[in-house]
Design a protein around this ligand. Structure first.
Ligand code: 4NP
Length: 155
């Protein structure tokens, strides 16, 4: 049994949320936390696909291995998970279409924990390699803060 279940959400589930999943899982484990971590996408184009090779390479350059295959968001995830973390406002809006008021307090944008502020983790899909590195930096520093907060809460 895990102490908490955390779900990261983006559009394709091949770039941002699998990265957040891998980074968070690694840091939570290093912090001695017992957290079940998963990720999913709101779109259906990439179901069953491994993460984008550009995202996997960037993560690997930082010592993080992504070994996730894209899976779709299920409305039941809203009950199943304790924390649901969309990467941008569009993902947030799409999740809210399935949520009831009692789900609201468990849904938080990734960058609520970014010590540098900001709202969206930008979608790197159409851009160059610098976009993937920028996503890594945002997600990494946000996950560090989130793990610290959960460590305080869960011991
Ligand atoms: P992600 O990036 O949401 O970070 O996984 C995307 C990947 C693919 C597409 C959109 C976003 N797409 O439109 O295929």
């Amino acid at each position: 049994m895990s102490d908490l279940k955390v779900m990261f959400v983006c559009l394709g589930n091949i770039c941002r949320s699998p990265l957040a999943h891998a980074i968070f899982e690694k840091r939570a484990e290093e912090a001695g936390l017992n957290i079940l971590t998963e990720s999913c996408g709101m779109g259906t184009w990439h179901l069953g696909d491994p993460a984008d090779p550009r995202m996997r390479r960037t993560a690997q350059d930082h010592g993080v291995i992504i070994d996730h295959y894209s899976r779709r968001f299920e409305p039941s995830d809203l009950d199943e998970y304790d924390l649901i973390i969309p990467m941008d406002k569009s993902n947030l809006k799409d999740i809210r279409a399935y949520a009831t008021s009692h789900h609201e307090e468990k849904i938080h944008l990734m960058r609520e924990w970014d010590p540098q502020g900001g709202t969206d983790v930008p979608d790197p899909w159409y851009g160059g390699p610098e976009g993937f590195e920028a996503v890594y930096e945002i997600v990494d520093r946000s996950c560090r803060v989130l793990v610290d907060k959960l460590k305080e809460r869960l011991g």
